[in-house]
Design a binder for this molecule. Structure first.
Ligand code: NDP
Length: 241
């Protein structure tokens, strides 16, 4: 049976690389996006992967969206919680909106998406859940109190959920990328980006495919004994364990 994989934020950047990689492994993939219709249409045309549009921060939209995916493609057995945003700025000037939107998209989405899918996985006694955290959730980052808090939350969510569901054949793991060459990092000022690269021991940004390959492994049957883990992929920039 073909497994159905759902990748949030699957039309651009790291998520798009994950969606392509899972498709290449033989999975049927659904990629969820939020607002960039042009990028989603290009991605769909290039890959033949089904795209769906909803806001992962909206609980009702996630329930409806997942129902739509499952009706069209079948039960989701691989969930990649990848969608994320940044709204950077020092905390003493941070607005409530910039706090809420980052927490909603990066952390509330762990609840909204996973809650909509996990009961089916538990009934079928199989599931793979991979949550994309960040180096900055591990070490904290100036100008990203909101993002660092959300991404650290993703790690706690992963570890607790892994323990609750291990006996049901569901693995739950987190991946913490360092700086990867996507639109999110391209949005950082040139001089700041140069400083970031100077701080990465391998001397370059990561490639989205380098994250996607690790996710594909965690999604595979081979990774059945790997649950509750936090995998860093950061060019040696922060060695956490
Ligand atoms: P991009 O900005 O390149 O792509 C983000 C994707 O998420 C897009 O498909 C976007 O949709 C989607 N998305 C954003 N908000 C929502 C939402 N509310 N509902 C549904 N979809 C949404 O991000 P990256 O590929 O760089 O990052 C992917 C993940 O990896 C994020 O969680 C990020 O925090 C994390 N990460 C990234 C790093 C990096 O260096 N790039 C480093 C560490 C972690 P649309 O196209 O419609 O906007």
């Amino acid at each position: 049976m073909t497994d159905i994989a759902l990748v949030t934020g699957g039309t651009r950047g790291i998520g798009a690389a994950i969606a392509r990689s899972l498709k290449a492994e033989g999975h049927e993939v659904a990629a969820v996006y939020h607002g960039n219709d042009a990028a989603a249409a290009r991605f769909k045309q290039d890959t033949g992967i089904s795209v769906f549009k909803w806001d992962v921060a909206d609980e009702a939209a996630c329930r409806d969206g997942v129902a739509q995916v499952e009706e069209r493609l079948g039960p989701v057995s691989i969930l990649i919680n990848n969608a994320g945003i940044t709204r950077d700025g020092v905390f003493h000037k941070m607005s409530w909106d910039n706090w809420r939107s980052v927490l909603a998209t990066n952390l509330d989405s762990m609840f909204t998406m996973t809650r909509a899918i996990i009961e089916g996985m538990r009934e079928r006694r199989f599931g793979r859940i991979i949550n994309i955290s960040s180096i900055n959730g591990q070490k904290g980052q100036i100008g990203q109190v909101n993002y660092s808090a959300a991404k650290a939350g993703v790690i706690g969510f992963t570890k607790a959920l892994a323990q609750e569901n291990a006996a049901r054949g569901i693995t739950v793991n987190a991946v913490c990328p360092g700086y990867v060459d996507t639109d999110m990092v391209a949005a950082v000022k040139e001089e700041v980006r140069a400083g970031i690269i100077a701080g990465i021991p391998v001397g370059r940004l990561g490639d989205p495919d380098e994250v996607a390959q690790a996710v594909s492994y965690l999604a595979s049957p081979k990774a059945a004994f790997c649950t509750g883990s936090v995998l860093t992929i950061n060019g040696g920039q922060y060695i956490a364990n």
